[in-house]
Design a protein. Structure first.
Length: 357
């Protein structure tokens, strides 16, 4: 008696490969989707306004993104760890402005290294205050940084200075006009500032810290679940102190960079830019709940927002609507994360039921 075997479903040899290729292209934190979005926006603007697709525009976008990228690196670390910091812009201008005031009051030129060292020390100390309050008293990070934001700003204006300083020390004034690349376009020259080099190095350093060190593993573990991180042996208090000190240090670097690129020191600047930076990091794939994020995604998020702002400026859109656009992007980024989290939870529930069956 012959046994009849039912034909099996036709094989699909390319399905897994295609899915795997698509996943690699998309990236772990949707970096590929973000890069594609940037290309679409740039292409659309180039069709509307051909002047947008020029070397001059590219260099302008990169220059405008330098300070924000350094801020975003610090915000990325905090968000991955499960926290939110809104005091970093004030820390940045506190550090940068203090360096200029000390040089002016002492009637000396600290040099580039001296100015950066002052900003690093001031930023690290202010970040350490945030970390100490959060780690010692186990307070919500948003509440702490909202409070210290006001305190730091008050101390800056009351005790450091509240005057606009139009002239920088000679060494910093020279650095403000130092370019890495100059591209001549007719009568105009497109200039790429030399700060692009240290910013790239900082991105590589933070990527290495997060991906290749125990500190980075601790940051991700802290964002996953604080109690679980403590149980597996991570020193939670020390980690939090280190995280917020590092964020303060990066904010100090961004602050002195902003002062140099602006060619003046104004204690009222940078405050209020935290929404743009947080939106960029969230758009870059960092989970607002912690435990996920990448340097590449954060950088692409900053570039996307910078491209959108430049596009709106070229289209003659008022600045108030630019803030609206950033707010919409932030809500969209968080909403996409929430939808993705629900889908993953449903898939896990179905897989668990199938395993039990």
């Amino acid at each position: 008696m012959n046994t009849v075997v039912a034909p099996s479903s036709p094989p699909r040899p390319h399905s897994n490969g295609s899915r795997s290729w698509a996943n690699r292209l998309r990236g772990r934190n949707n970096e590929g989707v973000l890069a594609l979005t940037i290309l679409v926006v740039v292409s659309a603007m180039a069709l509307v306004n051909p002047d947008f697709f020029t070397v001059s525009t590219l260099f302008a976008i990169l220059r405008n993104s330098l300070v924000e990228i350094v801020f975003a690196l610090g915000v990325l670390i905090v968000i991955i760890s499960g926290g939110i910091d809104v005091s970093f812009p004030v820390i940045g201008i506190f550090a940068g402005y203090t360096a200029i005031v000390l040089a002016q009051n002492g009637s000396f030129d600290p040099g580039v290294l001296g100015a950066f060292l002052i900003a690093l020390v001031v930023g690290s100390l202010l970040g350490l205050i945030n970390g100490g309050l959060i780690a010692r008293f186990k307070l919500p990070t948003l509440i702490v940084t909202l409070g210290t934001q006001g305190v730091f700003r008050g101390v800056l204006l009351a005790y450091v200075g509240s005057k606009y300083i139009a002239e920088l020390p000679e060494s910093l004034a020279q650095l403000s006009t130092t370019d890495l690349l100059v591209h001549q376009q007719g009568p105009l020259a497109a200039r790429l500032h030399v700060f692009i080099v240290p910013v790239v190095l900082l991105c590589l350093l933070v990527h290495w810290l997060l991906q290749r060190t125990m500190f980075g593993r601790g940051v991700y573990a802290l964002g996953g679940d604080t109690e679980s991180a403590r149980r597996v042996g991570f020193p939670v208090v020390r980690l939090q102190l280190t995280i917020y000190t590092l964020v303060g240090l990066l904010a100090g670097i961004a602050g002195i960079m902003h002062v140099i690129l602006s060619r003046n020191a104004n204690p009222y600047e940078l405050a209020g830019t935290e929404l743009d930076i947080i939106a960029a990091v969230v758009l870059g794939g960092a989970s607002i709940l912690g435990g996920r994020g990448s340097v590449l995604g954060a950088v692409l998020g900053v570039v996307l927002i910078s491209v959108i702002k430049n596009s709106l400026i070229l289209m003659g859109v008022p600045g108030t609507w630019q803030r609206t656009a950033v707010g919409v992007l932030l809500v969209a980024g968080v909403s996409i994360q929430a939808v993705g989290a629900r889908r993953k939870a449903r898939r896990r529930a179905v897989e668990l039921q199938e395993a039990r069956a």
